[in-house]
Design a protein around this ligand. Structure first.
Ligand code: ATP
Ligand code: MG
Length: 438
């Protein structure tokens, strides 16, 4: 491989000099064949873990000895060096009961999930690719190593990893592997919520996420059955040219790759099927859908054990997505107070995406969003006051005036309201003068 970084090449040559085989393996080989910068470089070797330890002492840490992994520090960077390994029996669709070491690279490659992840390459550019991973990459195909049903039964997380690689690398899932993913999807029930969340997070960041979700809503429906009613749900409304699921996928496709935005784009209308009504004229309505969507999204994010901060951000964007975008100084300052700059920017982006995923005749709503954004930029540029910490008086000033306890916070908030409403300038004297009236 031409582009093996120096600190990894040193590890490969130290192992070879000690009489062992050593190869870069897995994701880094795949990514460099694709011309992408690998996230990390994994090394696989015929050396047993204690032999690797001996080669690199004192720069080796036994981070996962039972799996054969030693972390080697080289040029201030960590590289995981793992002994060639075969997996024992899988009993719970999650992890092998045991692992055994082997001196055969081919055996190690055979335990890996997909052909594109089952290649090894050394510093001299020799490629070991017993399952045709390079050819699959060239053809843009994701294919299991070996028999798909067996591989997904062994470890059901591979189902979601497969969708993730298809979404991030823009691969087509090969027919037999694809059928097997659909057939075995329920095995995902055995997988811990945190591991599902990690894969889903990566999947949604992929440039091809919408296409993959379009083909595999049944898989997502195993842990998020709430998405299933969206699929094919016609809206009977002239604003919309897509069903609820397609609309959500189009919104997902146009937002920038920010996790909270991606998740809120996918889920902003999740509650629509629950509140559908048709009026006498035959037009469909979804009254209250933003609140219902917020509640449904909240449950879905809790199920995947998302962090509180992330969940609250997504859920608030979902709740706000259908409100008219503020287009006056006052209303933008209010929105800034409630959401903060980052989330108000996200809200505008979400509303843009929501609108672009509607019928083209309504895309002129973008102009209203432009207007709101211009005001937002102006307010930020002139350092407008929208939070307590920007207020020209603070708690100490009020204590000095003789206010006590909870009163202080109440008055500060009332002063901030007054500034935001334009009733009083954000100036110390003016604010202190107003305290008496409150
Ligand atoms: P990235 O790090 O870019 O997300 P990766 O392919 O490097 O992708 P890792 O999770 O870092 O993925 O795993 C490294 C390698 O280990 C994979 O390329 C694959 O060969 C193997 N591997 C990882 N997880 C599994 C699994 N669940 N089943 C079989 N092989 C796996
Ligand atoms: Mg990796």
């Amino acid at each position: 491989m031409k582009n093996v970084p120096g600190h990894v090449a040193e590890i490969l040559s130290a192992l070879e000099a000690a009489g062992y085989e050593a190869w870069c393996v897995g994701g880094c080989v795949r990514d460099s064949l694709l011309g992408r910068e690998p996230e990390d470089w994994d090394v696989t070797t015929s050396a047993l873990p204690e032999e690797t330890m001996a080669v690199f002492a004192p720069h080796a840490i036994p981070t996962g000895l039972q799996h054969g992994t030693v972390t080697v520090r080289s040029d201030h960077k960590n590289v995981e060096v793992t002994t060639y390994r075969v997996d024992g029996e899988y009993r719970d669709h999650r992890r092998p009961e045991s692992v055994a070491f082997t001196r055969s690279l081919e055996e190690d490659l055979a335990r890996r999930d997909f052909t594109i992840n089952a290649m090894a390459e050394n510093a001299r550019g020799e490629l070991r690719d017993p399952f045709g991973g390079a050819e699959d990459l060239r053809r843009g195909l994701l294919r299991c190593v070996g028999e798909p049903d067996r591989r997904f039964e062994e470890d059901a997380l591979r189902i979601l990893r497969g969708l993730r690689f298809a979404a991030t690398l823009g691969l087509e899932i090969e027919a037999e592997t694809a059928e097997s993913i659909h057939r075995n999807r329920l095995l995902l029930r055995e997988i811990a919520a945190e591991r599902i969340r990690v894969e889903l997070m990566k999947l949604l960041r992929g440039n091809h996420a919408a296409r993959v979700l379009r083909e595999y809503p049944d898989v997502v429906g195993v842990f998020w059955p709430e998405v299933l009613p969206m699929v094919g749900f016609g809206q009977k409304n002239h604003h919309h040219c897509f069903d609820v699921w397609e609309h959500s996928l189009h919104a997902l496709e146009v937002v920038k790759k920010d996790d909270a935005l991606l998740w809120s784009a996918l889920l902003h209308d999740i509650g629509k099927p629950k509140c559908f009504t048709v009026d006498d004229a035959g037009t469909g309505h979804f009254y209250g859908h933003a609140q219902i969507s917020r509640d449904v999204a909240d449950v879905m994010l809790r199920r995947l054990k998302c962090s509180t901060e992330f969940r609250e951000t997504v859920v608030r964007l979902v709740e706000w997505h259908d409100r008219d975008i503020p287009r006056t100084d006052k209303s933008i300052r209010r929105a800034l107070r409630l959401l903060g700059e980052t989330d108000l920017r996200r809200l505008i982006a979400l509303k843009r995406a929501d609108n672009l995923a509607q019928a083209p005749a309504y895309h002129d709503r973008q102009l209203e969003l432009d207007e709101g954004e211009v005001i937002l930029e102006q307010l930020l540029a002139e350092d407008a006051c929208f939070s307590l910490k920007q207020l020209a008086v603070n708690g100490r000033d009020l204590l000095a005036l003789g206010l006590q306890g909870a009163e202080v916070g109440r008055v500060l908030n009332a002063l901030l309201d007054a500034v935001i409403n334009g009733d009083v300038p954000n100036e110390r004297e003016a604010l202190l003068g107003r305290v008496g009236k409150l």
